[in-house]
Ligand binder design. Structure first.
Ligand code: ATP
Length: 122
């Protein structure tokens, strides 16, 4: 196995560790994981073609942004235990990113996915 391939496999291992660590230690991550994967699965199940992929991706992106939020929170906690305005802004801006994408995903789910789900079930 070449050095490059070994490096890629190692990198994937670190990514899996990051995912499992966030799952273990962050309750917000677990909640957003459940919501995001449910939204993604329902979108892919009830919508078709490009719409399914786009709406599924919007739901999945909540999970991605929540992972970044967890990373920012942990990095800030590692960097300082003192109260610093810049630390507050870093954490609050990361939380705002999750809120923004979450609200957008919710709006899309309520206006695109839910009506289609109801139509199929009725
Ligand atoms: N070192 C710090 N300096 C300034 N403000 C901070 C610092 N750490 C946290 N805060 C702020 O305090 C509030 C609560 O943060 P806290 O880290 O307790 O909760 P959180 O961001 O939801 O993360 P967690 O998931 O770890 O509970 C937030 O507004 C955050 O920006």
């Amino acid at each position: 196995m070449t050095k490059t391939v070994k490096g890629v496999i190692k990198g994937i291992g670190f990514a899996v560790e990051g995912f499992l660590g966030a799952f273990r230690e962050d309750v917000h991550f677990r909640i957003n994981l459940a919501l995001s994967l449910t939204g993604t699965a329902v979108s892919l199940a009830v919508l078709n073609g490009c719409t399914a992929i786009l709406v599924g991706f919007i739901n999945f992106s909540v999970l991605v942004v929540e992972l970044l939020n967890t990373a920012v929170e942990r990095a800030v906690d590692t960097a300082t235990s003192e109260f610093k305005p810049s630390a507050k802004l870093a954490k609050d801006a990361a939380a705002a990113a999750v809120l923004s994408v979450g609200l957008f995903a919710l709006t899309v789910d309520l206006t695109v996915v839910l009506p289609e789900l109801i139509r199929r079930l009725s």
